[in-house]
Design a protein around this ligand. Structure first.
Ligand code: SF4
Length: 230
């Protein structure tokens, strides 16, 4: 077992399944963690909205924005397209950069209208990722989150937490770029959508509990696999 696989195994044993990406159950307006899958188109679209709303902000702020969109029955691409940008911006204020994000929600809604979820579902991970990256406001992390969590196709998500933890562990340079890190994970971790989903969520959890900006190494479950201790 290589180090990336060992770290996954230890984090999974320590923190357990993370139930990520959180979704809003039918009849509710609040997202919750779950062990299910985004079976419905509405869930896939909600994940796409969440992936945009979470850019540069914490998930707690996104939850409030999604709750407002649900209360106004706006978690639908056709309804977003019929609603004034100013109204959407007001509803998603909690997520920050609300004018820019309101514009991006309209752009992704138009993208879904033009491409349809069904035809996007039929694409492979690489093709879908490439197409998403052509959409204004969608960078690699957002594209990979959508490919992996909304469409359940294997594309490993890299974020600032991933870079922080794995550069400290000694598996990449502190200035490693997105593509380089993604190749490292996709080569060494079993190509499995559930594993990719869980690994990313576990990385986020570990960054919050131990590998914070100022690391709390005492009691860290992967300390024996970390460069600081070997
Ligand atoms: S030992 Fe410290 S630096 Fe290494 S992964 Fe754990 S918390 Fe991060």
């Amino acid at each position: 077992m290589n180090r990336l696989q060992k770290i996954y195994s230890v984090l999974h044993k320590t923190y357990g399944p993370q139930g990520w990406w959180p979704l809003t159950p039918l009849g509710s307006t609040r997202t919750r963690h779950h062990s299910g899958r985004p079976r419905k188109d509405a869930h896939r679209f909600e994940i796409m909205l969440g992936a945009i709303l979470t850019q540069n902000t914490a998930w707690t702020n996104v939850e409030k924005a999604l709750e407002q969109l649900h209360k106004n029955k706006l978690v639908r691409h056709d309804r977003i397209l019929k609603t004034k940008k100013e109204k959407i911006a007001g509803l998603i204020r909690s997520a920050g950069y609300y004018n820019q994000k309101a514009e991006r929600l309209a752009i992704i809604s138009k993208f879904i209208k033009d491409n349809t979820l069904r035809s996007l579902m039929a694409m492979d991970a690489v093709g879908l990722r490439r197409l998403l990256l052509e959409v204004k406001g969608i960078g690699p992390e957002t594209a990979d989150s959508i490919v992996l969590y909304a469409f359940e196709k294997p594309s490993f998500v890299i974020d600032a937490y991933t870079k922080r933890i794995f550069s400290r562990v000694g598996l990449c340079a502190a200035d490693a770029d997105y593509h380089e890190m993604q190749i490292m994970f996709e080569q060494d971790v079993r190509k499995d959508v559930d594993v990719y989903k869980e690994y990313h969520a576990l990385i986020v959890e570990h960054a919050k509990r131990h590998c914070r900006t100022k690391p709390k190494c005492e009691g860290c479950p992967i300390s024996k696999l970390c460069k600081r201790n070997i």
